[in-house]
Design a protein around this ligand. Structure first.
Ligand code: HEC
Length: 105
């Protein structure tokens, strides 16, 4: 194989994991990871610390998307000391999906 081609192939496979995330979109898996992460703010708390097994979220699924997103951002800002997420971001969509999933189960 041509050396340049070989390097391109290596680069492609190195970039694959990030490509996969972009293609998969706001999956429940990403939502779960974010929900259990301490990194959304400076308070070193995850959503899961306060909402284990969806505690306090059982009625949330009845609200519309915009309302739920506002509540998620309120918790990020006030409870986690974090920067609010863009309403259209993949992270916010993933958290919304995961919160809806917890609310239903
Ligand atoms: C320090 C504890 C704490 C943390 C951390 C926290 N929350 Fe909350 N959350 C609360 C409390 C208390 C309420 C209810 C009072 C209120 O709405 O502010 C609430 C309310 C909510 C609601 C609205 C529930 C409803 O339908 O009335 C949602 C949705 C929510 N949280 C999601 C999240 C998500 C997602 C995260 C992580 C990004 C998170 N919370 C982090 C304590 C927390």
């Amino acid at each position: 194989m041509h050396k340049g081609m070989f390097l391109l192939t290596i680069l492609f496979f190195l970039a694959l994991p990030s490509l996969t995330v972009a293609v998969e979109g706001p999956t429940l898996e990403l939502g779960k990871t974010l929900f259990e992460s301490n990194e959304l703010g400076t308070a070193e708390r995850s959503c899961n610390n306060c909402h284990p097994d969806g505690k306090g979220l059982d009625k949330t699924g009845q609200s519309d998307d915009a309302t739920i997103k506002e509540r998620i951002n309120r918790c990020i800002r006030n409870a986690q000391g974090g920067e609010v997420l863009d309403a259209g971001s993949q992270e916010m969509e993933a958290l919304l999906n995961y919160v809806r999933f917890l609310s239903e189960s």
